[in-house]
Design a protein around this ligand. Structure first.
Ligand code: NAP
Length: 314
């Protein structure tokens, strides 16, 4: 019998079936089956697993698995739950996802730079008042994270005329972007960013990274967008910074707990825009093609793909 690909998720059966259909269409020569439906004999034939928040116990049921492809871009849960897993875990890097995220970054950056929250508030008070125009050319956007998503966002922002800077863990050069790295670089970039956009992965180093000290470094009237992960921000510190006006508005798409608790004060805060984790949804069709390409390459050359780095956490 030929090798099998196991699909392992903690999604609903309907959502998993949907993925199964799309993945099977992208890889017609592969036998892809939900691990929920596999016999012991079949489990032994699995050499590749495709996963979405898998139960670690399920991966232990695959004695001959060689590598794993995740359907998500964020890997913090895999890093946490699969510590010690000895095979490569490849995360989703999809140019279509990067394009979608870059579009969201541009949309919400313009929302802030063109004062839409303030005009929304004025409308609710029937208040006709023209605020001073702030050009994109005079607006400095600081990107936290210059990876697949950060670099795509930088390009979109540059095209719209914004002055873009970016921060990463290691030193980087990105055309037209003022780059910073490491802890000192973070402070320097925050001091010169009118709008800060977080596109960082959640790791041991980035957990709680942004708190009172960091928000205090921002220039007057600065705004904050979080499209990375909720736990990167100390929410109480952000709320305090919003209340004092140190941060003038925050657009939040990710939260420590999702869905956001109905009782959360963020819902009703006049300086907060709450989004239900929609900045860059996975496109099933392009994601399936990315996975299919990786699987095809592996079938051709037998070389294990490079996986995420468990030590650095992304
Ligand atoms: P990526 O390609 O791995 O890039 C991560 C970037 O963050 C890199 O530039 C990296 O620096 C930087 N970084 C990591 N740890 C750092 C640290 N301690 N200090 C400074 N910089 C650090 O990841 P990506 O594909 O761009 O995705 C980023 C994150 O976006 C994902 O992990 C996920 O959490 C989030 N996401 C959100 C949504 C949504 O809908 N809201 C959708 C998709 C993804 P180096 O360049 O030096 O490595």
């Amino acid at each position: 019998m030929s090798s099998r690909i196991a699909l392992i998720t903690r999604l609903s059966k309907a959502a998993e079936d949907n993925w199964l259909t799309v993945l099977s269409a992208a890889m017609p020569r592969e036998t892809i089956r939900s691990i929920r439906a596999m016999s012991t004999e079949e489990l032994a034939l699995v050499d590749i697993a495709i996963v979405a928040n898998p139960d670690p116990v399920d991966l232990e049921r695959l004695p001959n698995v060689k590598w794993v492809h995740s359907l998500w871009a964020g890997v913090e849960r895999l890093v946490l739950e699969l510590k010690g897993f000895s095979h490569p875990i490849v995360r989703l890097v999809d140019p279509d996802l990067a394009r979608t995220m870059a579009e969201a970054v541009l949309a919400w950056t313009l929302y802030l730079s063109r004062d839409m929250p303030a005009y929304g508030m004025q409308q609710r008070q029937s208040l006709w008042r023209q605020l001073p125009y702030r050009s994109a050319l005079d607006t400095r956007v600081g990107l936290l994270g210059l990876g697949a998503l950060g670099c795509a966002a930088a390009r979109q922002l540059q095209l719209a005329g914004f002055a873009v800077s970016g921060w990463s863990r290691t030193e980087k050069q990105v055309e037209g972007v003022a780059t910073y790295f490491g802890p000192d670089g973070l402070d320097a970039m925050l001091k010169t960013s009118d709008i800060v956009v977080c596109l960082l992965p959640l790791t041991a180093e980035t957990t709680g990274l942004l708190g009172a000290r960091e928000f205090a470094l921002l220039p007057p009237n600065a705004c904050f967008i979080n499209f990375g992960r909720g736990h990167i921000v100390r929410t109480n510190d952000l709320m305090a910074a919003l209340d004092t006006g140190a941060v003038s508005h925050a657009v939040l798409d990710v939260f420590e707990t999702e869905p956001l608790d109905e009782q959360s004060p963020l819902w009703g805060h006049s300086r907060v825009t709450v989004l239900p984790h929609i900045s860059a949804p996975t496109n099933q069709s392009t994601a399936a093609n990315i996975v299919a390409n990786r699987v095809g390459t592996y079938r051709t050359n037998g070389v294990l793909p490079e996986g995420i780095d468990f030590n650095r956490g992304y």
